[in-house]
Design a protein around this ligand. Sequence first.
Ligand code: ATP
Ligand code: MG
Ligand code: FE
Length: 365
Amino acid sequence: RIILGIETSCDETSAAVVRDGREVLSNVIHSQIDLHQRYGGVVPELASRRHITTIIPAIDLALEQAGVTRDDIDAIAVTEGPGLAGSLLVGVNVAKTLALTWGLPLVPVNHLEGHIYANWLSLPGEEPVPPPEFPLVCLVVSGGHTELVFMRGHGEYELLGRTIDDAAGEAFDKGARILGLGYPGGPAIQRAAEKGRLGRFTFPRAWLGDSYDFSFSGLKTALLREVEKYRRPGPRKRRQKGDQPFLTHEPPEYAPNMPVNDLAADYQDAIVDVLAEKTIRAARETGAATVLLAGGVAANTLLRRRLTGALDIPVRYPPPILCTDNAAMIAGAAYYVQRRGVKAGLDLDAHPQLPLVTATAFPDD
Ligand code: ATP
Ligand code: MG
Ligand code: FE
């Protein structure tokens, strides 16, 4: 089965063609980083407007790069949530229109399920990866979510724990902003940390007893406190006429001796420490056969290393391009979603708060 996937939940406009939930034939991603960078984060109204102008060209290109026409497509998959309402609506409405005019089934996909199923995909020209073995523990770490999930089989999600405040990706993004490293923060902190020295700063780890929950807001505050010590003395700059007050991305002025790279190294270490520790414990306690990483933070090399080094079961993570938002993961997940009989009508709506629900079990084959 060949599925066309559409993803517009946040600030990537993406269309992709995937065969049988495994083989990526094309994966077109139009990133809006240029648009949002100056604001230091995603501006929802700008995001949805950009999705409107880029989604149709992205779909055309995805079909072309896959070497298929619309006659080869068996289903249309779209992210129904979670995400930004206005952004999701663009994808949902385009998908409904295509399903109607091409006479194809419409498959609604949970964005987080998409992130998880990125682990089943192989990129064009690459050897197909063997499917991950169940039962498994999956750490979903993205810009808006941090969830530790146990899966006995396809579509069966048992929530072991989640963040009680900031998401892991959010912690990276906010940390980068505090350090003046720009947006998106994850890759920026990782790069700075690679140049830094560990152990100069002691940042808190929120263990929250032996629960599988996470908390990162205290860590962010601790970084802010440390960084405040390097703020330049003297009066703050007066606002100039014409300054736009919502441009909050400008880093405050810091003394040039602020050890940005060292701060980034210890900050990253604190985030990764808790993520890795709890995932390792969950894998042991559940007797998992595999550990999966999913979501943008799964691209983090330190996190990958920590887990691989500590466990003697396979630790799997998608290639970086499939960790952050993309439509291939949506088209991939849709294959498994469709197998359990899920489909949507033309009344499909966007669901900004959609949780990762426990769906019907389906035997692995
Ligand atoms: P959600 O999936 O929860 O709706 P999102 O779609 O915005 O949120 P993703 O696209 O999955 O999130 O991931 C983006 C996040 O991943 C950002 O917070 C970014 O900083 C983070 N990230 C990307 N690369 C890295 C990296 N190498 N190290 C750490 N974090 C990273
Ligand atoms: Mg994004
Ligand atoms: Fe995402």
